[in-house]
Design a protein around this ligand. Structure first.
Ligand SMILES: Cc1cc2nc3c(=O)[nH]c(=O)nc-3n(C[C@H](O)[C@H](O)[C@H](O)COP(=O)(O)O)c2cc1C
Length: 178
């Protein structure tokens, strides 16, 4: 069963991050979480927050996934604040050793790499297994007429998905032997 979960860390519903998430979900039949629709509160640390259905559902989706594709626009040299708030509801219980692939959408002019590095550092904090391949998609990578990616970028996504699937397979084979 396909249990890769795409987490869309972008906010505006019609943005490039949404186009990319929908493209990947359609093409590979993956599950997804759109943080703008997941109704998570701002994390305050109050006990009641952990009992909210939105929080429980989100954590359960991540826990049950075999791998994650984490997508965020670069906002001022990092992932979006909304995505970081969302991730702060997780713990290593959901993410330890889980293969994670990273994609940043960016405004161009060599943006995006700081967002990738930021996501990689944060995922390290959960002991997740972030795979080597990572992608930055600038505005010109998108075919806006049919809400897809141009072939060269679609190929990068394909290569990254293949690598993610390889790490998922390795992880499950190793886990079965332990
Ligand atoms: C608040 C804000 C900060 C941004 N900061 C950066 C940045 O630091 N580097 C960059 O390359 N693009 C930056 N951008 C551009 C976005 O990353 C880019 O437009 C991206 O496609 C936005 O995602 P969206 O289309 O899903 O809304 C910023 C955009 C916004 C709204």
């Amino acid at each position: 069963m396909n249990r890769i979960l795409v987490i869309n860390g972008g906010m505006p519903k019609g943005g490039r991050t949404k186009i990319l998430t929908s493209f990947i979900v359609r093409k590979y039949d993956f599950q997804y979480v759109d943080i703008s629709e997941s109704n998570l509160p701002l994390l305050t640390g109050e006990e009641e927050q952990w009992k909210l259905p939105s929080v429980i559902n989100f954590k359960e989706k991540v826990r049950l996934s075999s791998g994650i594709i984490l997508i965020s626009p670069e906002y001022h040299g990092g992932m979006t604040g909304a995505l970081k708030n969302t991730l702060d509801f997780l713990t290593s219980e959901e993410l330890e050793y889980k293969p994670v692939a990273l994609v940043a959408t960016a405004g161009g002019g060599k943006g995006g790499i700081n967002c990738l590095n930021n996501m990689r550092t944060v995922m390290r904090g959960f002991y997740a297994n972030v795979i080597p391949k990572q992608i930055v998609l600038d505005p010109e990578c998108f075919n806006y007429d049919d809400a897809t990616l141009w072939d060269e970028s679609a190929q990068l996504v394909d290569d990254m998905v293949q690598e993610l699937q390889m790490f998922i397979k390795i992880t499950s084979e190793v886990a079965a032997k332990m």
